[in-house]
Design a protein around this ligand. Structure first.
Ligand SMILES: [Zn+2]
Length: 262
């Protein structure tokens, strides 16, 4: 009579051929996904456009000085020449120095600050990958390095005109600001994002990586992926109130990002 452990051992042995096949398929997929000749396309799933006016919100582009000794950031509305730092004369760039250090040179970025007459302030950014499609990282990894801790991670539907709901990942964070000789300042913030490739859209970084691999293997294409974020303050006493702000802002700015041929 077979003992329980030998029965489970023989059950495992019966699984070995399937496991080997899975392993080989995985290896083959990995080799093809990283080595196959693909048609690197400059097509992206969106356009790099954010409106200056979105309902009652007024948008202003943010640009950064490239001289590390200066390092100031500016709103384009306060600049005579949007390409030159008025403080030091160095060129201005669409990303901060730490961002430029982290991302490949051909990455494009556009950032705007939106102010509401009621004093609310929201930041929107679009990051568009260049030739290196993997240059867009898991946002949590970058954010946790900047003194943020996470309290909740939830995907919400965002209703948009003329298309199915957009799924957006929302991170509830606390940003800790250290102050000399004073108590740390703990700011409750949110950071919402999703990824867009050509004909692809997902709030999950893992799913984006899978889409990239599938497009390389099955369609032999590597499109440019974009990563769009909306961030602002949240009220811990009203745990879901910022979802309404995200939905309102996205419904207003999304039409500007839609590709004309989409
Ligand atoms: Zn400067």
């Amino acid at each position: 009579m077979e003992t329980k452990s030998s029965a489970s051992r023989s059950g495992l042995r019966a699984l070995v051929p399937q496991l080997v096949i899975l392993l080989l398929l995985g290896l083959a997929f990995g080799v093809v996904a990283t080595t196959v000749e693909v048609n690197v396309s400059h097509q992206a799933g969106i356009v790099m456009e954010l409106p200056d006016q979105a309902g009652a919100w007024v948008g202003d582009e943010i640009r950064y000085c490239t001289d590390p000794d200066c390092g100031k950031d500016w709103r384009v509305s306060e600049l005579d020449d949007p390409a030159v730092c008025p403080a030091c004369g160095a060129p201005l760039h669409s990303m901060s120095i730490p961002e430029a250090d982290m991302l490949p040179d051909d990455t494009d970025m556009l950032k705007k600050e939106y102010l509401h007459p009621n004093g609310d302030r929201v930041f929107v950014s679009i990051v568009l990958s260049g030739r290196d499609r993997a240059s867009i990282h898991r946002p949590q990894a970058c954010l946790s390095g900047q003194g943020n801790s996470f309290e909740r991670e939830v995907v919400i539907p965002v209703p948009l005109a003329g298309r199915p709901d957009l799924e957006v990942m929302v991170l509830d964070m606390v940003t800790v600001l250290r102050r000399p000789n004073q108590q740390d300042l703990r700011l409750p913030r949110y950071y919402a994002y999703w990824f867009v490739g050509k004909d692809r859209e997902t709030p999950y970084h893992g799913q984006r990586m899978l889409y990239m691999g599938l497009d390389r293997v099955l369609r032999s294409v590597a499109h440019r992926w974009a990563y769009i974020s909306v961030s602002g303050m949240r009220d811990p006493a009203r745990p879901d109130a910022h979802f309404d702000e995200i939905r309102e802002v996205l419904a207003l700015i999304y039409p500007a990002m839609v590709r004309p041929d989409a």
